[in-house]
Design a protein around this ligand. Structure first.
Ligand code: UTP
Length: 276
């Protein structure tokens, strides 16, 4: 059974400068909740309560968010404001949090490799908190774990994107095995639309088998010296089996200003409808 969920959260978040100069991108709120909390709630819904976070310099707020703030709690204890902390208190009660730092930001693949010390030799899941997902029926990670139970191999979440957008993503080539499930044969990172093997783009949710760590160790860094998870997954697909899953639900790219604003509008409408 998979219990651990890794959150790589060491990136600089340059697209949100100057907001991210002194504050982690993952703490930026959609309404009144930080991005990372949405991700942890999705993990918990999938019964993943060992939360492992890859942090970096300037990311202390992540640790403080998932901890008790005695002064604040003392101040609002017994008042009507206490209710605003009930969700985060429940998360803190139900999860264990472990952290390690990525000293140099050498890419997502490198961040995942740094996480080996927290994960060990077992399958695990990965959530990129800046991809905010709203599952249909169940959460996206729950949907992926169901597929893992059947196939027992690494699984990537994919989404159909417009042809003009493929250059922003890793894109898969493969054939359909089952409804929404593809056997991956190849992957291309940020292709020109003319060279893209499909419009099925990889988004920030993965279930990974632990052999990925050895594969990452023998993967040569690509552009800007960054170790790409896509390159390691390509090897894993060629040596074994990797599946891609077209999930049911929505996803907001909150690493970009446009996606962040769309998510804000979506959750604002939702909260207004719920309070009516
Ligand atoms: P992004 O590509 O969104 O990079 O990383 P970024 O630095 O966060 O943002 P921009 O592009 O500069 O605006 C995707 C995910 O991988 C993590 C990020 O924290 C984010 O969750 N990441 C990326 C790391 O943890 N370490 C890295 O070296 C790179």
């Amino acid at each position: 059974m998979i219990r651990k969920c890794l959150f790589p959260a060491a990136g600089y978040g340059t697209r949100f400068l100057p907001a991210t100069k002194a504050m982690p991108k993952e703490i930026l709120p959609i309404l009144n909740k930080p991005l990372i909390q949405y991700g942890v709630e999705e993990a918990l819904e999938a019964n993943l309560n060992h939360i492992a976070i890859i942090t970096g310099r300037g990311k202390r707020a992540l640790e403080d968010h998932f901890d008790i703030s005695y002064e604040l709690e003392h101040q609002i204890s017994g008042t009507s404001k206490e209710v605003h902390l009930s969700d985060i208190r429940q998360i803190i009660d139900q999860c264990t949090f472990s952290y390690t730092r990525q000293i140099e930001m050498k890419g997502l693949g490198h961040a995942i490799l740094v996480g080996e010390t927290l994960i060990g030799n077992e399958p695990f899941s990965v959530i990129l908190a800046d991809d905010l997902c709203v599952g249909e029926g169940t959460g996206v990670m729950s949907q992926m774990l169901k597929i893992y139970e059947k196939y027992r191999c690494s699984i990537l979440a994919i989404q159909e994107v417009d042809e003009s957008e493929v250059h922003k993503y890793g894109v898969i080539a493969g054939h359909q095995l089952d409804d929404g499930i593809y056997m991956v044969s190849d992957m291309v990172e940020k292709p020109d639309p003319a060279d893209a093997p499909s419009n099925l783009a990889i988004i920030g949710r993965y279930v990974l088998t632990p052999d990925i760590f050895d594969i990452l160790r023998r993967t040569t860094p690509g552009k800007n010296g960054e170790l790409q998870i896509t390159d390691a997954l390509k090897t894993q697909a060629q040596e074994g089996m990797v599946l891609a899953y077209k999930f049911n639900g929505k996803r907001f790219d909150c690493g970009s200003v446009d996606g962040f604003v769309s998510a804000t509008n979506y959750f604002y409408e939702l909260s207004k409808n719920n309070s009516d």
